[in-house]
Design a protein around this ligand. Structure first.
Ligand SMILES: Cc1cc2nc3c(=O)[nH]c(=O)nc-3n(C[C@H](O)[C@H](O)[C@H](O)COP(=O)(O)OP(=O)(O)OC[C@H]3O[C@@H](n4cnc5c(N)ncnc54)[C@H](O)[C@@H]3O)c2cc1C
Length: 381
């Protein structure tokens, strides 16, 4: 049997979420956060207050034990209201919630997970380095064992939200093996430790929270900061990436839907040559193409979430959903800008934000080229 419908509980969950986000994260709020480089803390805190941070965490830590499908609903709706809110939420849920639940010791789980559920802690992810981007496992930041702990030295780039996070899930090298994936260890690093210097990077989009460059100079961390196994951390990195693919794809599908809805409304009301521009085939066909891309994106997101919940998702599925939803967000925002004409190019209209923010979707967390490589490799190429 095949069933494409959501359960009544999932529909209710989405309705509650929409009502809350309409109230705490309306379009004007998202625009102000982007314009003033203001992290959407008020909306983030409101989601925490209403228990959304516990969605995928076990009941014993205060969570509600939701499945990847509920997680996709949460991220899609957050992304529809404000993509950067969804990004912040996803980072804490994935690197603070999911990663600790999966790889944390009992002490780490007991100390951190209830605080994640209550929204008291915020997390970010430090993997990329100046010389290790797409080739992420080539990372060179070291963690050297010393008495009762480690000393970290190196440089990370594009650690998004480091300046507003309590912990960074930092990927380091603790030894060198035959393969670059060997000798990798993950740490939960307190972002306020001495020896950490954070520099903001000016970017085209994602301007409310943005991203940073981080320098680690003789940063001392206790042995209890290790997350998972020493030297065998690459498999753990791989496991977070599954949740990352799902969350990003759902958030971008929501954001693309918001861009589409704005463009559709504009096409129905803006008149030229005595009629709404949506009546010109050149415009209506663009909107038709956008709608099809969005429908396919949503199907891929929920199929992937379902496959994850069944334990059947493959690396190929993860690459397909990341590639397609990222490219869709970028294309929908670009076409949306064209539909608004000169107003699409003006800062006081929201389409430029979608256009700027969406440009990251085909670059961050594995570029579209890398996703195509994974898909092609699965085809035996
Ligand atoms: C705003 C922003 C936020 C980010 N947030 C985070 C974060 O929070 N944490 C984190 O760890 N990282 C983060 N990243 C980093 C991001 O994941 C990397 O930028 C991305 O993986 C690409 O690495 P790179 O920029 O070094 O590009 P490169 O790897 O240098 O790639 C340059 C170009 O070459 C292509 N290329 C490279 N290798 C291949 C290949 N084998 N086959 C075909 N083409 C190839 C790429 O697709 C790309 O087009 C962020 C980046 C940005 C811009």
């Amino acid at each position: 049997m095949m069933d494409f419908s959501f359960t009544s509980e999932q529909e209710t969950l989405r309705a509650h979420l929409q009502a809350l986000l309409d109230e705490v994260c309306p379009a004007q709020y998202a625009e102000r956060c982007d314009r003033e480089a203001h992290p959407p803390r008020e909306a983030y805190d409101a989601l925490a207050k209403h228990g959304w941070f516990g969605l995928i965490l076990p009941v014993e830590y205060g969570g509600t034990g939701g499945s990847p499908i509920e997680l996709a609903i949460l991220l899609e709706e957050a992304g529809r209201h404000f993509e950067e809110l969804a990004m912040w939420l996803f980072r804490t849920l994935t690197y603070g919630g999911y990663a600790v639940m999966l790889h944390g010791s009992r002490e780490q789980k007991e100390a951190l997970l209830p605080k994640v559920v209550r929204g008291e802690l915020s997390f970010c992810f430090g993997l990329t380095e100046p010389q290790a981007g797409s080739d992420a496992a080539a990372l060179a930041t070291t963690a050297a064992a010393v008495d009762r702990g480690y000393v970290i030295n190196g440089q990370k780039v594009f650690t998004s939200g480091m300046d507003i996070s309590d912990y960074c899930l930092l990927v380091t090298r603790t030894s060198t093996g035959e393969k670059k994936q060997q000798g990798i260890t993950n740490f939960l690093v307190d972002t306020k430790l001495p020896g950490i210097e954070i520099r903001k990077i000016e970017t085209l989009g994602q301007r409310a929270i943005g991203t940073t460059q981080v320098f680690y100079t003789d940063v001392k961390v206790p042995a209890s900061a290790v997350l998972g196994q020493v030297d065998y951390g690459w498999d753990a990195v791989d496991s977070y990436l599954w949740y990352e693919r799902l969350c990003l794809s759902a958030a971008r599908t929501g954001a693309a839907a918001a861009a589409f809805e704005y463009a559709l409304d504009y096409a129905k009301t803006r008149k030229q040559f005595g009629r709404p521009i949506g009546q010109f085939q050149a415009i209506s066909h663009k909107l038709a193409d956008m709608k099809v891309m969005l429908d396919v994106s949503r199907m891929l997101v929920y199929r992937f979430a379902w496959l994850m919940s069944q334990g059947k998702a493959t690396r190929h599925d993860a690459a397909v959903v990341k590639l397609y939803t990222g490219e869709t967000y970028k294309t929908v925002s670009d076409l949306g800008l064209q539909i608004l004409g000169g107003y699409g190019y003006c800062m006081e209209f929201p389409m430029q934000r979608f256009f700027r923010d969406s440009r990251l979707a085909t670059i961050g967390a594995g570029t579209s080229e890398i996703q195509r490589n994974i898909i092609a490799r699965g085809l035996g190429l």
